[in-house]
Design a protein around this ligand. Structure first.
Ligand code: FMN
Length: 350
């Protein structure tokens, strides 16, 4: 059985395409559209810096329920497991994982459709067994072979191997997708999704041929009709030129985003604010761009792959296009593999 077949059987989705979490906004309309199109939509965490537990719970639960009401297909949630300067867990980690577990346990539509919880950022440790005990698949997003092995040894069900070119909070020690993916796939016995820099059927075909269970994408899904962020942010992703991205100090780790005048305000903000003030300011600036469309002064998390995008399809068009292109490439490669790999001069008769 292929890795994709194992993942399909685990999750119940139709196509090996996952929409990865994109906070600090819940991405509910997008998640419902992706799941409806046969992929796995993901509800993102509403905030990283929020300090009100009840606000986090209410917003996260409402987002989960929205998706369950707008599709009858399986979906996931994403919660970063990060730590503040003193080593304590971010409030969002404990609270949103707890709320997702409670939603799953309450049963009903959410109970049957919410199938997976993806943790990211830090080591998920003791959360893994709590997540699994509630009947959820645990997916760990990691950026290195060592973290993949550690999460798998701790019992995680699925690894998302995310390369340094990814948008949003990326890794302190960056390993790029084409270096990371084959190593993680080759060394793990569980389904591995690959993320970071993927946007089309060529990427999906390559990753499936490599033994991945599928691909997880963020940036590509921003530039879709259904994505609920401001049209100017979405169009800015499509308009991003090559070399239009940069890595800067994020809320809790390095963050990859799109270059704009807003980014030049960051060094000054870092110099004059306390760490808490800076985190709140930065999250606010990201949200300003996402919600209000202030793409000049706000901050624009986004991946290097933005430069490869030139359209804004519906989610269904995108999923169909990626699957069709990947199927045709894989069919083609299978049919002609001996010729593709033949040494120079082979098969030539004189
Ligand atoms: C705008 C934006 C916000 C993101 N926010 C989160 C997040 O809240 N949690 C998370 O695990 N990953 C987050 N990511 C990373 C994505 O989940 C995903 O790993 C990444 O986008 C994959 O690379 P790609 O952008 O090249 O597709 C974010 C990415 C983007 C572009």
């Amino acid at each position: 059985m292929s890795a994709w077949q194992r993942y399909r059987d685990l999750t119940g989705i139709d196509y090996p395409i996952v929409q990865d979490g994109m906070g600090p906004q819940p991405t509910t309309v997008l998640a419902a559209a992706v799941s409806k199109a046969g992929g796995l939509g993901t509800v993102s965490s509403p905030s990283i810096v929020e300090t009100s537990e009840s606000s986090l719970r209410t917003r996260f639960r409402a987002a989960i329920e929205y998706v369950a009401e707008h599709t009858d297909r399986p979906f996931a949630v994403n919660v970063p497991v990060g730590r503040v300067e003193t080593g304590e867990l971010l409030l969002v980690s404990e609270t949103c994982i707890d709320e997702a577990i409670a939603a799953k346990r309450d049963g009903g539509r959410v109970g049957s459709q919410l199938v997976a919880l993806t943790t990211s950022a830090g080591y998920p440790g003791e959360f893994i067994s709590r997540i699994q005990a509630a009947g959820l698949i645990h997916q760990a997003k990691v950026g290195s072979v060592r973290h993949a092995l550690k999460a798998r040894a701790a019992g995680t069900d699925v690894i998302i191997a995310s390369g340094y070119e990814m948008g949003g909070h990326t890794h302190v020690n960056g390993v790029h997708t084409m270096v990371l993916a084959p190593q993680v796939i080759g060394r793990l016995d569980c389904p591995v999704l690959v993320s970071g820099g993927l946007c089309d059927g060529r990427g999906l075909a390559a990753m499936l041929a490599m033994g991945a269970a599928g691909i997880a994408m963020g940036t590509r899904f921003i530039a879709t009709v259904e994505h609920e962020w401001h049209q100017r942010f979405k169009q800015r992703v499509v308009d991003t030129p090559e070399w239009g991205d940069a890595v800067f100090q994020g809320v809790y780790a390095p963050c990859r985003g799109l270059k704009n005048p807003g980014l030049s305000r960051l060094p000054d903000a870092l110099a004059r604010m306390s760490p808490d003030e800076f985190q709140a300011w930065e999250e606010g600036e990201m949200r300003r761009a996402m919600r209000e469309g202030d793409i000049e002064n706000g901050l624009l998390p986004g991946g290097q792959v933005a430069a490869a995008l030139d359209d804004m399809p519906t989610v269904a068009e995108l999923v169909t296009r990626i699957v069709t292109e990947a199927s045709s490439l894989l069919g083609l490669a299978g049919a002609t593999a001996p010729e593709l790999l033949a040494p120079h001069g082979a098969g030539v008769t004189h």
